[in-house]
Design a protein around this ligand. Structure first.
Ligand SMILES: [Zn+2]
Length: 138
């Protein structure tokens, strides 16, 4: 005999047996950077975490260069943090980060963040590992 309690327990077990990344992907949100200003420098203190959330741990340079380029400054990675020369507010940085994620990370077809950037000649292509979509990006 199956009671409601058994049913709930089996639902819970089924959920626990699903790989964790299924839940992570369904609740993907563009990460918000923690920003710290020191003199004429601005640090993104959770740089490593951001790269992990957007699946760019192996392609950090592209994001660092894009951010630096948009702020017309230089960026240096250091021990899990990113340092930008100049003073930039948290909201400025998060606006750029959000623009970057929409353009270079999230798939236009399926809206998942499971993409990678592949260079083909001089063209950079965003390849979605979830649905296979390929989109040329700047
Ligand atoms: Zn896709």
């Amino acid at each position: 005999m199956t009671t409601e309690k058994d049913y709930l327990a089996s639902l819970k077990r089924a959920r626990e047996n699903l790989p964790a990344h299924i839940f992570e992907k369904s609740r993907f949100e563009i990460p918000q950077a923690d920003v710290f200003q020191e003199g004429n420098k601005t640090w993104i203190t959770d740089w490593g975490r951001i790269l992990k959330v957007i699946n760019r741990e192996n392609d950090a340079d592209h994001l660092a260069k894009t951010l630096a380029g948009n702020f017309a400054t230089s960026a240096t990675e250091e021990r899990g943090r990113l340092m930008l020369q100049g003073k930039f507010s948290r909201s400025m940085i998060n606006r750029e980060l959000s623009t970057y994620v929409k353009e270079f990370v999230i798939c236009e077809e399926c809206s998942k963040p499971d993409t990678k950037l592949v260079k083909e000649g001089r063209i950079l292509i965003k390849v979605c590992e979830a649905c296979g979509a390929r989109v040329a990006v700047k």
